[in-house]
Write a protein that binds this ligand. Structure first.
Ligand SMILES: NC(=O)c1ccc[n+]([C@@H]2O[C@H](COP(=O)([O-])OP(=O)(O)OC[C@H]3O[C@@H](n4cnc5c(N)ncnc54)[C@H](O)[C@@H]3O)[C@@H](O)[C@H]2O)c1
Length: 454
C-alpha cells in the first residue's frame, strides 16, 4: 500500500519540479489543448473500470481529448466488453492497454495515478475507498452509491486520505452552467431573489436494456460480483440493492443544480412515485417538491421523471423576482426579463457581452391591443446567453470531457476539483430522502442541517 502512495507522490513531485525547471512540461490550456503533446511521463496514468455505456464514453470520447490523461488499463467483469474496449482502443489510437477482470489485481500490477469508475452504483464505494486507501485519485460516476451510508464513507475517506474524489455530475464543469452561476447569479444577481426551480427529465421505454448476444454473459462468473440474474446485469438501475432508479440516475443531476444555484439544500422533501410503467423495484415515475431556505429567502423546487414519454424533455428552469431562465445540457437555453423590469436595467448585461438577442414587446402589444378581448399576462422579454464573456476559465469542451479534464488537471495540480465528494454528498442526501419518501408511499420528510455534514 505505502509503495503505491510513494510512487504516486514521486510522480507528482516530478511534475512540479519539471514545471519549475522548465524541462519541457507543457501545461494544457483550455483553448489550445492539442497544440503540443505532453510527454508520457508527465501524464496521469489512468484505468477505466466498467466498459459499458459510460465507460466506453470515457475511453473513446473523453480520454483521447484530454492531453494530460494516459489510459493504461481497462477493467470489466464481462470478458467480451473489456477485450472489445482494449482491442478497439489499440485499433483506433495505436495504444496498447492491459485488461483485467479483477480490480484488486489491476491495482497490484499497474502503476496507476487514478481510476475512473464507470461501474454500477453499488460498486462505487468499495472501489473508490479501496483505490484512495491505496494512494490513488478517483473520478467516480454518479450516483456516489445507492445508499447514504456508503456515500458518506466515500466523502470521509476522501478527507482522511487527502486523495481527490470527483463525482461525475458533469454539469458542474459545463461552461454554460458555470457562467450562469458565477456571473449571472453570484456576481450580477440578475434575477433578483430566486424563488422557484422546476425540472424534468423524461425518457421512454427504450431505456430498459435487453441482453446482447455479443456480450456472451457467463452468469455463474458474474454472481460473485453481485449480479443474481442476467436482467440485473443490464438493468441494475432498477434493483434497490444495485442502483437508484430514475431519481438517482437522472434526478440527481438536476436536483444538484437546484442546490447549487439556490446555494442551499432542502430542509423538507415531499415525494411520491410508482413503478407502474416498468414494474421494477425502483419507481420509474416520480414527482417531488423540495423546500429551501436560501440565503435570500424561501424557495421551492419541483422535479419530475416520467418514463413513458420523452415529450417534455430535459430541462431546469429557475424563476426569480426580476427574470427567469431555462438551462439544459443541450441547446434551447433562454433568459427572460420580466417586462416590468426596465430594459435599461439589463442593458449593462448586453454591454458586458453576457447577453444577446434582445426581444421586443411590439408583437405582444399589437396582440394585446387587438379586439379579441383576451388579455394575456405580460410576456417576458427573451435573451440568449452569449459566449461565456468575462468568465475566469472556459473549458470549451463537451461537458463529460470538461469534467474529467478538470479532474485530470487537478491531479496534475493545475486546477482544483469542480465537484468533490463532500459537495456531492450533500446532493446525494436529498436524493436518498426522496427515495425514502417515495418508498414510504408519498411521505413528507424533514432533513436536519447536520444530516448534510460529512
Ligand atoms: N454522468 C453521466 O451522464 C452518466 C451517464 C451514464 C451512466 N453514468 C453512470 O455510470 C455508471 C455506469 O453506467 P452504465 O450506463 O455505463 O452501465 P453499464 O451497465 O452499461 O456498464 C457498467 C459496466 O460495469 C461492469 N461491471 C460491473 N461490476 C463490475 C466490477 N465489480 N468490476 C468491473 N466492472 C464491473 C459491467 O460488466 C458493465 O460493463 C453508473 O454509475 C451510471 O450512473 C453516468
Amino acid at each position: 500500500m505505502s509503495t503505491d502512495i510513494k510512487k504516486s507522490e514521486t510522480r507528482r513531485d516530478f511534475i512540479k519540479k519539471s514545471a519549475l525547471m522548465g524541462t519541457g512540461l507543457v501545461l494544457a490550456k483550455p483553448f489550445n489543448i492539442t497544440a503540443k503533446p505532453l510527454l508520457v511521463a508527465d501524464k496521469v496514468n489512468v484505468a477505466v473500470v466498467g466498459c459499458g455505456g459510460r465507460g466506453r464514453g470515457v475511453i473513446f470520447s473523453n480520454i483521447p481529448k484530454i492531453p494530460g490523461a494516459n489510459l493504461v488499463a481497462v477493467c470489466d467483469v464481462i470478458e467480451s466488453r473489456r477485450e472489445k474496449a482494449k482491442n478497439e482502443f489499440k485499433k483506433k489510437f495505436g495504444v496498447g492497454v492491459n485488461s483485467y477482470e479483477d480490480f484488486d489485481e489491476m491495482l497490484d500490477k499497474e502503476k496507476l495515478d487514478a481510476v475512473v469508475l464507470t461501474t454500477p452504483d453499488f460498486w462505487h464505494m468499495p472501489h473508490s475507498v479501496n483505490a484512495m486507501e491505496r494512494g490513488l485519485h478517483v473520478y467516480c460516476e454518479k450516483a456516489m452509491s445507492n445508499n447514504i451510508k456508503d456515500a458518506k464513507k466515500m466523502a470521509q475517506v476522501m478527507k482522511k486520505t487527502g486523495k481527490l474524489l470527483q463525482i461525475g455530475r458533469q454539469r458542474r464543469s459545463n461552461d454554460r452552467y458555470r457562467f450562469t452561476y458565477q456571473k449571472l447569479l453570484q456576481q450580477e444577481k440578475m434575477f433578483g431573489r430566486l424563488t422557484h426551480a422546476i425540472g424534468q427529465w423524461n425518457r421512454s421505454q427504450i431505456w430498459t436494456q435487453q441482453p446482447r448476444k455479443e456480450d456472451n454473459i457467463n452468469l455463474s462468473r458474474l454472481q460473485k460480483y453481485g449480479f443474481e440474474t442476467v436482467d440485473q446485469v443490464y438493468n441494475w438501475r432498477n434493483y434497490k440493492k444495485l442502483g437508484g432508479g430514475v431519481v438517482s440516475d437522472l434526478g440527481s443531476h438536476q436536483i444538484d443544480i437546484f442546490n447549487w444555484f439556490f446555494d442551499a439544500f432542502p430542509h423538507t422533501v415531499y415525494a411520491t412515485g410508482n413503478n407502474s410503467y416498468f414494474g421494477f423495484e425502483q419507481a420509474d415515475t416520480m414527482a417531488t417538491i423540495l423546500e429551501y431556505d436560501t440565503p435570500s429567502g424561501k424557495a421551492i423546487g419541483i422535479y419530475e421523471n416520467i418514463s413513458n414519454s420523452r415529450a417534455i424533455g430535459v430541462y431546469e428552469r429557475f424563476i426569480g423576482d426580476d427574470g427567469a431562465f431555462i438551462i439544459t445540457e443541450g441547446k434551447g437555453n433562454k433568459i427572460y426579463r420580466e417586462s416590468r423590469v426596465p430594459a435599461e436595467k439589463w442593458q449593462k448585461y448586453i454591454d458586458k457581452g453576457y447577453l444577446s438577442n434582445m426581444g421586443d414587446l411590439m408583437a405582444y402589444k399589437s396582440k394585446e391591443q387587438g379586439d379579441s378581448g383576451i388579455k394575456e399576462t405580460a410576456p417576458q422579454v427573451s435573451y440568449d446567453i452569449k459566449d461565456m464573456a468575462d468568465m475566469d476559465k472556459v473549458y470549451n469542451m463537451a461537458s463529460h470531457t470538461a469534467h474529467l479534464y478538470n479532474f485530470i488537471e487537478s491531479v496534475r495540480e493545475n486546477e482544483t476539483l469542480n465537484y468533490d465528494a463532500e459537495e456531492s454528498y450533500k446532493s446525494e442526501v436529498c436524493i436518498y430522502k426522496i427515495h425514502e419518501a417515495i418508498n414510504g408511499g408519498g411521505a413528507k420528510i424533514k432533513i436536519k442541517a447536520s444530516e448534510y455534514e460529512v
